[in-house]
Design a protein around this ligand. Structure first.
Ligand code: UD1
Ligand code: UDP
Length: 356
């Protein structure tokens, strides 16, 4: 049986790992290495319990540090575990520092790396995630692309071998958990909000939280809108408090702690509009048919823009307000992110390449 060391560490990676870990059960020996990049219960534990993800083999407990220190400690910790485990393959997801560390350990120890969500590009190298994506793709042996655009991006960088267009694993996660979420979540009642009567917002991207002018512009726009619900990333909470903005913001919009994936799916599906700088939420908005306003200048998920369901407004206060008033999707959505069979396709390719 193929022996896989899966490296995860941040919220979106737990969600992406859920359907593939389920698929790999019985066909592969999977050992989850949790870097500990995210550690609060609402950013970590809630996903493992509600999405039925296998308990990590190890949690390195790295936590929050500067990029250099965090990545270096991950490298050291992952390498030790991998030397003991001797996996056939290291599996990484997305574009976080945990992704980069897992991929670099594979490259240095000559263990093949499989990258789920390969080939995404914002073409903005000031984003830490863009550097992580490029480096990870260039050291990966199996590159699972969610879209043809991603495959094209890799081809432009000379990466052709090991590239597979498998669809987007977040479609699998959404299809797997939306029915459960509809049955079990009571988030709308507990916030006393009605379907299509509120806007859902999230903000956590470094470019929006580390720049005080961007942060202020975004929150001035959000606080001028009616009925905004914002599950707040701990990074954003910390910075809003540091700048003494928390009290004013929380008196104008519904600021709540981060929510689990099931509550999030219900909040997204029932929102009138989603305002976000999250990568995953732009796709979820598209899949669920909710118009999305993206508070960034670039996106990796260009299909959502091309199809007219997402609009880029940067962190410009007036552009955000105008989009809230005027943005309306006009075209039909397609199944550009796949049909929800991505985990099966990925698992089959892994087994074919590295043995059952
Ligand atoms: C990371 C990823 C980003 C991803 C996001 C998902 C990198 C470079 N960035 O950003 O691509 O979109 O995760 O949510 O890997 N914090 C807590 N508790 C936690 C986790 C974080 O309080 O459980 C706070 C700390 O103040 C920390 C800050 O959030 O310094 C940033 O955390 P970090 O993991 O470094 O980056 P994210 O902004 O979460
Ligand atoms: N998410 C969640 N609870 C929250 C915020 C986000 O479950 O409070 C989910 C969201 O639905 C999506 C994923 O987390 O599936 C996106 O993660 P995030 O925005 O943190 O990171 P990104 O996708 O930008 O890397």
């Amino acid at each position: 049986m193929v022996r896989i060391a899966t490296v995860v560490g941040a919220r979106p990676q737990f969600i992406k790992a859920a359907p593939l870990s389920r698929e790999l059960k019985g066909t592969a020996e999977e050992y989850i290495i949790h870097t500990g990049q995210h550690y609060d219960h609402g950013m970590d534990g809630v996903f493992f319990s509600e999405l039925d993800i296998p308990r990590p083999y190890v949690n390195l407990g790295i936590g929050s540090e500067s990029h250099g220190v965090q990545t270096a400690r991950m490298l050291e910790g992952i390498e030790k575990v991998v030397c003991d485990l001797r996996p056939d393959l290291i599996l990484v997801y997305g574009d976080t520092n945990s992704t980069l560390a897992g991929a670099l350990v594979g490259a240095k120890r000559t263990i093949p790396v499989a990258h789920v969500e390969a080939g995404l590009r914002s073409f903005d190298r000031t984003m830490p995630e863009e550097v992580n994506r490029v480096v990870t793709d260039h050291v990966s042996s199996l590159l699972f692309c969610p879209t043809n655009t991603a495959k094209h991006n890799l081809s432009q960088e000379g990466i052709e071998d090991g590239v597979h267009v498998t669809g987007d694993i977040m479609v699998d996660a959404l299809e797997m958990f939306l029915p459960v979420a509809r049955d079990t979540s009571s988030i709308l009642a507990s916030l006393d909000i009605a379907p299509k009567d509120y806007m859902l917002a999230t903000v956590h991207r470094a470019g929006n939280t580390d720049s005080i002018s961007n942060l202020k512009a975004i929150f001035e726009a959000l606080t001028s809108c009616d009925n905004v619900v914002l599950p707040c990333h701990p990074r954003t909470e910390r910075i809003l408090k540091e700048h003494r903005m928390w009290d004013t913001v929380s008196s104008s919009i519904t600021l709540i702690p981060p929510v689990g994936y099931l509550d999030m799916l219900v909040l997204e599906e029932n929102a009138r509009l989603i305002l976000t700088d999250s990568g995953g939420m732009q796709k979820e908005a598209y899949i669920l048919g909710v118009p999305c306003i993206t508070m960034r200048d670039t996106t990796e998920w260009t299909e959502t823009i091309d199809d007219g369901w997402n609009v880029l407004v940067g962190s410009d206060m007036n552009a955000i307000r105008d989009a809230v008033r005027m943005f309306k999707p006009t075209t039909k959505r397609s199944n550009v992110f796949g049909d929800g069979n991505t985990s099966k396709k990925i698992s089959d390719i892994i087994v074919h390449e590295y043995g059952g």
